[in-house]
Design a protein around this ligand. Structure first.
Ligand code: ZN
Length: 116
């Protein structure tokens, strides 16, 4: 299951970060999923809860935001919604576009308790 692997990735990253920065208990994890990824936020949350059970991340809130889909024109760099304009740059008419979101998921921030 795709979401399970991603949830495992998030956990590993957060635990490593917590250790290296000597952070207090984690309360919430904020992540952003790329628009092009096929992540189902609800499935990812369930997978995370399952993995976090009986670990030091049990009960941690996972907040998932999804980026809007954005295309970037190869020629002029304009950003636009590729669903609205038939895959052609609305500024210069260029047909070669890049799509944002090669990375499926980004950990934005952690909410942690202050160290006593
Ligand atoms: Zn353009």
């Amino acid at each position: 299951m795709h979401e399970l692997a991603i949830a495992q990735d998030i956990m590993d990253t957060v635990l490593a970060e917590r250790r290296s920065r000597r952070l207090g208990a984690v309360r919430a994890i904020y992540v952003t999923a790329a628009a092009m990824s096929c992540i189902q936020p609800e499935a990812l949350k369930s997978a995370f809860e399952l993995l976090a059970e009986r670990s030091e991340l049990e009960g941690v809130r996972l907040e998932i935001a999804k980026l809007p889909m954005v295309a970037i024109c190869d020629r002029c760099g304009a950003l636009f919604d590729p669903r609205a304009v038939a895959q052609v740059c609305p500024t210069c008419g260029e047909g070669r576009l890049n799509f944002s979101g090669e990375t499926e998921i980004i950990i934005d921030s952690l909410e942690v308790e202050e160290n006593a």
